[in-house]
Each structure stands twice: as C-alpha cells, then as structure tokens.
Design a protein around this ligand. Sequence first.
Ligand SMILES: [Zn+2]
Length: 191
Amino acid sequence: MSEEENKSPILVPKIFHNSDTKAPMSHCIDCDHDLTLGDRFYMVEKVFKRYPEMESVQVLFEYAICSVCYEKMKEGMSVESMFTLSNYMMNNTDLQGMQQRIDDFPNNPEKWMTHCMVKGTDVKELDEFQIGACCKGNELVTNFMPPFLIGGTAMEEITELLSKETKDEMDGFMDDHFGIPPELRKDLILI
Ligand SMILES: [Zn+2]
C-alpha cells in the first residue's frame, strides 16, 4: 500500500461515536473543549463487556479527552510506569497481526480491531475489552497510532505493571469523571 492511496481522510468509525448521540464525540471529558471544532486531536476510549446470557455487548463507559488534557494526564503518570507500559507494548504487541489487518483493509479501520492487539485473541472470544483511537473533528487520525483493541487479559497484565502512584492517578480520574470506585477501575487503563 503506497502512501498516496492512504491520503483520503478516514471518518471516525461508528464504534468510536458517542453511544447516545451516535455522532462523533463532541466534548472533552476534562475541560469540555468543543471537539467538533476540529482544532485539537483527541483520544476516544471505550470499555465493553460481553453478556453471553443476553447475547449482547454493552459499553461500560466511554469518553473523549483532548490533546491538552491528555498531555497533562500523561505528565501525572510516573516515569517508571510510562517506561514499563511502553516496554510492555513494545515486547507484547502482535505488530505483525495488526499490520496484516491494516494491509488487508486499509480503508476500514473497524476491521483492524477484530483481535486483541496484544494477545491476538478474536474479539468474539473476549468477555471484556477496551478500544481506543486518536481523532480530530470527524476524522480518524492514524499517524501516531492505529485505533486499537485490547482484551481483558492484557488489560489486567498492564494494570499489574503500573506503579501505585499511577494507579492512584487513574483511580482519581475515574472517580472524578465517572464516579467509579477504585476497585472497579481495573476495567480501564489509560493508554
Ligand atoms: Zn480537554
């Protein structure tokens, strides 16, 4: 795939839209910046849980965070955790699998997320998973990183590697924005 062919913008896939409005995320969860202006990059993160008895997959929570707040949040992460996290991703990510999916479906990012980016597990076999993507306005941004999906097992492994300081930081974030108590926070890692 040449770069020329990749130039046309890809719209934010529906899976990253606001589940209530069905439109792209409109506001930063932290500073309330209007993301539809398209003047800031933003990250969308969502956590899903599968309920086999109901044959359904539900969004546990979702949010968008603008680049300014995202940077601030990263600054709050300990250097140790940052290093451990990037090290884990570098050593464990199934890059080949990811690249293959991108090559197979260059214009269909939802197809890039059919498997856990780390373990390679098929999403159909995951009881819980997290997805994330970088966007700008109504466009998906793939320069920095492709949209990703991480299954529950990898999420737990990553959480175990984080320093207490960073876990406290994440607990604070979840509590402030969702009122989610620390014992449930394992459902989300801030990547
Ligand atoms: Zn913000």
